[in-house]
Design a protein around this ligand. Structure first.
Ligand code: URA
Ligand code: CA
Length: 433
């Protein structure tokens, strides 16, 4: 096989065979095929697209390019959730104990965050004592006994994706549905997921700004999952503004506790129920999505989801008392309000700009080496569609210093006020097959 012929075939709109796709992925991973040929191929894919079969083959070739996690020592259907990236996205902290309370095993491998706010592990580490340094055996035992455990990411998963993603980044080939879909799905499958629930974000501040593109990406990932034997469903959700009110690690833990208590922000609860229902259905703990949703509501109302969160925290060395007394979480020394410049209705809250403001406070990492401050962040007091009076606070900044001029300026630029505005619909679509 010669790479130049495969580039030519794709350039002219042909369909590559399973062997041809494997040849490209293996050859690129081990360095036999150079960057310039793979760039030309990626650009041909960008213009010519891939069939469903090619997409599934590309995904599995990337899975097989490195190590894979074997979760067969954990009983039950391992359902994983993936979000295409949001700001203040507290869903994982709520969903993990909620879904575990329904009896679906949550065997979560998580990473630390880069940019915006921390990752799930950073957020959990805001709980005094909590750690993710479990042995592989301990991890499996915890999930089998308590239905929930979180461990740090390890192993050389999907090296082909790492290399291809870096190449796409500098060759203007990121924005290709088959390449994005296979990239995301390969990572979830390599991490051991039997079934996958996707939260595809759309709107200003999301990776997929356009709703039509978000729908196409969701459909592409669901099709890949189902072709390779991993039942997959997706929710398309709004990210024109941050989810919930809190952005920042300890602040989001507090928000998750409120939500598990049934007192959190409506949008966060709604999205957790939509994603959680799909997880519980795919995990086999309910016969339909509707039945799953009713079960989750019952687990929230009865306090069983909150109890599961306590058990999970205690299992991993954390202080479960934070659940009843969130004041035990780290708190920032300064609280500074952001007054509205004029009266009207909040009409815009660009999520990524607000995420960047939280990062500058220290809630997220500018580079992989940055230290983060788990206590700082932003708590919104208004969301899109809310009425506001001039001088009324739009948000509270939790900071380590009083010098937050830059953050105030950024937030002012990110939040728009207009004579009228309507709250956006949160759940924009559901893809189940
Ligand atoms: N996120 C990924 O993991 N892969 C892509 O290709 C794009 C976004
Ligand atoms: Ca939030």
């Amino acid at each position: 096989m010669r790479m130049v012929e495969l580039i030519e075939k794709k350039r002219d709109g042909g369909e590559l065979t399973t062997e041809e796709i494997r040849f490209i992925v293996e050859g690129y991973t081990d360095g036999r095929i150079p960057d310039y040929q793979v760039s030309a191929w990626a650009m041909a894919v960008f213009f010519r697209d891939m069939t469903d079969r090619e997409r599934a083959d590309l995904t599995m070739a990337m899975v097989e390019s490195g190590e894979t996690i074997d979760l067969s020592d954990i009983e039950g259907v391992k359902v994983d959730k993936h979000s295409t990236g949001g700001v203040g996205d507290t869903t994982t902290l709520v969903l993990a104990p909620l879904v575990a309370a329904a009896g679906v095993p949550v065997a979560k491998m998580s990473g630390r965050g880069l940019g915006h706010t921390g990752g799930t592990i950073d957020k959990l580490e805001a709980i005094p004592g909590f750690h993710v340094e479990l042995t592989r055996e301990e991890f499996a035992r915890r999930v089998n006994e308590s239905s929930i455990a979180v461990i740090g990411q390890s192993g050389n998963l999907t090296p082909a994706d790492k290399k291809l993603y870096a190449l796409r980044d500098v060759t203007a080939t990121i924005e290709s549905i088959p390449l994005i879909a296979s990239s995301i799905m390969s990572k979830k499958i390599a991490a051991g997921a039997d079934a996958i629930v996707l939260d595809v974000k759309t709107g200003a501040g999301a990776f997929m700004k356009d709703e039509q593109d978000a729908r196409r990406l969701a459909a592409a990932m669901v099709a890949i999952g189902n072709q390779v034997g991993r039942k997959t469903m997706a929710v398309i959700s709004d990210m024109s503004q941050p989810l919930g009110l809190a952005i920042g690690n300890a602040l989001e833990v507090r928000e998750a506790i409120d939500t598990l208590r049934g007192e959190g922000p409506d949008d966060l609860r709604e999205l957790c129920l939509a994603l959680g229902s799909q997880m519980v259905y795919l995990g086999g703990a309910a016969g339909s999505i509707e039945e799953a949703e009713a079960l989750l509501k019952e687990l929230l109302a009865s306090g069983k989801a909150l109890d599961k969160f306590k058990e999970f925290i205690a299992n991993q060395g954390g202080d479960p008392a934070v659940v009843d007394d969130p004041d035990l979480l780290p708190a920032a020394p300064y609280r500074i309000e952001l007054p509205a410049r004029e009266s009207g209705f909040v009409s815009g809250m660009t999520a990524d700009a607000i995420g960047t403001a939280a990062m500058i406070l220290g809630a997220g990492r500018a580079t992989k080496e940055s230290e983060i401050d788990l206590s700082v962040g932003i708590v919104l007091r208004k969301k899109i569609g809310d009425a506001v009076q001039a001088g009324e606070s739009l948000a509270t900044i939790h900071a380590a210093t009083e010098q937050v001029g830059d953050v105030l300026e950024r937030l002012n630029a990110a939040i728009e006020i207009a004579p009228s505005a309507q709250a956006p619909e949160l759940v924009r679509g559901i893809v189940t097959e």
